[in-house]
Design a protein around this ligand. Structure first.
Ligand SMILES: [Zn+2]
Length: 265
C-alpha cells in the first residue's frame, strides 16, 4: 500500500471513546472523490479495541498487522457516519448527531469502528445543503426570494434542475479501505435504523447485519406480533432479555386483564 494513501495516529485516551483509539485516515484521489460522491478526500476511521493499549509507544509498529490481529475472525461493530456539519453544531432539523453520540457510546463499551464519511448532503456538499435547507425551512432561494417551502426532493429538483432525487453516495470506498486493512472478510454489526444501508453495504461486498443490542427497546404493543411470528416460525433466535420484554408487553395487554376479571365471576 502506498503510504501516501493511509496514515495512522494512535490517540492516547480519547475523551469521547474513553479509551485509546487508533485513528486511520484514507486520502481519496480525484477519481475516487467523483466515483464515491465524496465532498473531501479524507475518510477517517476511529478504531476502538482493547488490544490497542498493548501497543507500546516508542517501539516499531506495523499498524496493518495490528489491525488484523485486533479483529481476527471477529464480528466488528460498525457505524458509518455520513458527514453532517450542521448536525454537529446543533441543527434541530437533523437527528444524526444523537445517532453519532449513541454509536460512540456503543463502540466505547465494546470494540468497533466508526467511519466518518465526507458525503455531506447525499454527496452534494455543504454549500448545496445550505441552499436546500433554506428552501425547506424558510422557503427562500439563496437570492432571498420567497418561493414557498419545499420538501427535500422538490428543493433538489429546483436547485439541480433534475427530475428524480439524486443520491451521489455509495459505500464502495469503505469496502476498499476495509480491504486495504485486511478486515474485508469480517462480518460487521451495523449500528443503523436503515435496512437500506445494510443492504447497500452487502451489495458493496461488506458482509453486514443490523446491530441489535437495543432491539428490546424497540419492541412495543404494535409490533410485538411480528416478533412472535418470527419465534413461531423459528426464523429468529432472540436472547432472554428480548424474550422477557416480549413477555412483559403481552402480559400488559387488555385481554389478559379482562380474562383475569372474568374469572372472578
Ligand atoms: Zn445530520
Amino acid at each position: 500500500m502506498n503510504n501516501d494513501k493511509i496514515s495512522f495516529y494512535l490517540q492516547n485516551n480519547n475523551n469521547l471513546f474513553n479509551a485509546d483509539v487508533l485513528t486511520v485516515c484514507y486520502k481519496a484521489d480525484e477519481n475516487e472523490i467523483k466515483e464515491y460522491g465524496l465532498t473531501s478526500p479524507n475518510i477517517v476511521l476511529f478504531i476502538k479495541n482493547d488490544k490497542i493499549s498493548e501497543i507500546k509507544a516508542e517501539n516499531d509498529c506495523n499498524y496493518y498487522d495490528e489491525i488484523k490481529k485486533m479483529f481476527s475472525e471477529k464480528k466488528i461493530i460498525l457505524r458509518i457516519q455520513s458527514e453532517c456539519f450542521l448536525g454537529m453544531y446543533g441543527d434541530s432539523h437533523c437527528d444524526c448527531e444523537i445517532q453519532r453520540i449513541n454509536s460512540i457510546k456503543i463502540i466505547s463499551q465494546n470494540d468497533g469502528i466508526l467511519v466518518h464519511l465526507p458525503q455531506e448532503a447525499q454527496g452534494w456538499g455543504l454549500h448545496y445543503k445550505l441552499k436546500e435547507l433554506e428552501l425547506q425551512v424558510s422557503g427562500r432561494t439563496s437570492n432571498g426570494e420567497y418561493i414557498g417551502k419545499k420538501d427535500r426532493d422538490s428543493a433538489q429538483k429546483i436547485l439541480l434542475d433534475v427530475n428524480n432525487f439524486c443520491d451521489n453516495r455509495n459505500y464502495g470506498i469503505v469496502a476498499k479501505i476495509f480491504k486495504e486493512l485486511s478486515i474485508d472478510k469480517n462480518t460487521f454489526l451495523l449500528i443503523t435504523d436503515s435496512e437500506k444501508k445494510v443492504s447497500n453495504l452487502n451489495n458493496m461486498g461488506i458482509k453486514s447485519i443490523k446491530y441489535s443490542d437495543d432491539i428490546s427497546t424497540r419492541i412495543n404493543a404494535d409490533n410485538v406480533s411480528e416478533y412472535l411470528v418470527k419465534i413461531y416460525n423459528s426464523t429468529h433466535n432472540y436472547d432472554e432479555e428480548i424474550i422477557s420484554s416480549i413477555f412483559k408487553i403481552i402480559s400488559k395487554r387488555k385481554y389478559n386483564e379482562q380474562d383475569k376479571s372474568m374469572k372472578k365471576f
